[in-house]
Ligand binder design. Structure first.
Ligand SMILES: NC(=O)c1ccc[n+]([C@@H]2O[C@H](COP(=O)([O-])OP(=O)(O)OC[C@H]3O[C@@H](n4cnc5c(N)ncnc54)[C@H](OP(=O)(O)O)[C@@H]3O)[C@@H](O)[C@H]2O)c1
Length: 335
């Protein structure tokens, strides 16, 4: 496993991190809790130390499962969670309503707001510390940005939490370059977490170069495009109710065929390294300029084990160039 710095925090985190959104079940058609706990532990046994979660992933469930899994292993974990999606108050920007399975405008169980006010952050961190069973979070990230709170006020609160020893590093997610600049003006920002994969490359034009310029770690989320880029999802796969992939054009028969053609072009490189296509895709992701870490979701120990091993692969410049050419040539028709 390779390890890289989280900005200037002094924290070294595995280039392959474990993402635990799916483990919370919400928007992923449910979860198998024992398998989820074993997946987290398998990841740690294979050299992954970066574990990313959020209160919103299963409305606390993902954090609780992470907490159970890391009990007795806390010293091996760079624990990352988030604040800024709240359902205990109706403040900030209304984002969506949800039932326990997935967003649903007519649901009344959860009214989710994007809110980064000092008082909600101070409430949220205590909830997260309790669910995770720890007294300090290594990386605390603002999950979504909102319009009602000046970033300077949010950052002042985060800096104060750092002074109190409740967090060690600060990150922002789903932010613009201008918003990152506002965070940096107000304190020490170490991480930007954004959607990035070979099918989602918009941030190559803006956020990735900004992270290089300002020495921020860039944590790529959904690097397998929700599992699509493993090449293992066939047209007959049935997704459970509430799974974000059900009825999603990305997972239509036509798109699966296009993705399969793209992945076939990578097969000789995967064979040369004796790795799976999914492992190759993860290795490609963390070899891109500015992309320091990939947060990869895993539902069970086999997936966690396979994904962790991608952190050992080192691709040659010529292999990266061949892959980029294939993405540029064939990737255009892919949704
Ligand atoms: N900041 C944000 O707003 C934000 C947003 C999204 C994600 N994230 C973070 O990024 C993490 C990763 O993103 P993601 O979970 O959306 O997507 P992802 O990592 O692209 O895909 C994860 C899914 O792919 C499948 N998969 C993973 N490894 C596999 C393997 N070896 N073989 C076969 N299938 C495999 C699993 O689903 P199945 O087994 O069900 O097919 C798994 O749940 C999240 O968990 C979260 O921590 C953050």
């Amino acid at each position: 496993m390779q390890y890289r710095a989280l900005g200037s925090s002094g924290i070294q985190a595995s280039v392959v991190g474990l993402g635990t959104w799916a483990i919370g079940g919400w928007m992923w058609g449910g979860t198998d809790e024992p398998a989820a706990i074993r997946a987290i532990q398998a990841a740690l046994d294979d050299g992954i130390n970066l574990v990313d979660t959020a209160p919103a992933y299963g409305f606390g469930l993902s954090e609780q499962l992470v907490g159970k899994a890391i009990r007795g292993r806390r010293d091996r974990v760079v624990l990352a969670t988030k604040c800024g999606l709240v359902w205990h108050v109706q403040q900030g920007d209304h984002y969506f309503n949800s039932d326990e399975k997935a967003p649903n405008q007519s649901a009344t169980q959860y009214r989710v707001y994007k809110c980064l006010r000092p008082e909600t952050i101070r409430y949220e961190i205590e909830q997260s510390l309790k669910r995770l069973g720890v007294d300090c979070i290594d990386l605390y990230q603002t999950h979504w940005q909102e319009s009602t709170t000046p970033i300077a006020d949010t950052m002042a609160t985060l800096q104060d939490l750092k002074r109190q020893g409740k967090i060690r590093a600060i990150g922002a997610s789903n932010a613009s370059v201008e918003q990152l600049d506002a965070y940096r003006r107000a304190g020490t920002l170490d991480v930007d977490q954004e959607k990035y994969s070979m099918l989602d490359r918009a941030h190559e034009a803006d956020l990735l170069p900004a992270c290089v310029r300002h020495r921020l770690a860039f944590l790529a989320y959904s690097p397998l495009a929700s599992g699509l880029l493993t090449g293992r999802i066939g047209p007959d796969r049935i997704f459970n109710a509430g799974d974000l992939r059900r009825g999603n054009p990305r997972f239509s028969r036509d798109n699966l065929e296009r993705v399969s053609r793209l992945l076939q072009a990578f097969q000789p490189i995967a064979d040369a390294h004796h790795v799976s296509l999914g492992q190759l895709v993860i290795a490609w992701t963390v070899a891109q300029p500015g992309c320091t870490h990939a947060l990869v979701g895993a539902r069970d120990p086999a997936q966690a084990h396979e994904n962790a091993r991608a952190g050992d692969i080192r691709l040659e410049a010529s292999e990266l160039a061949t892959m980029r050419q294939a993405i540029d040539a064939q990737g255009t028709g892919i949704v």
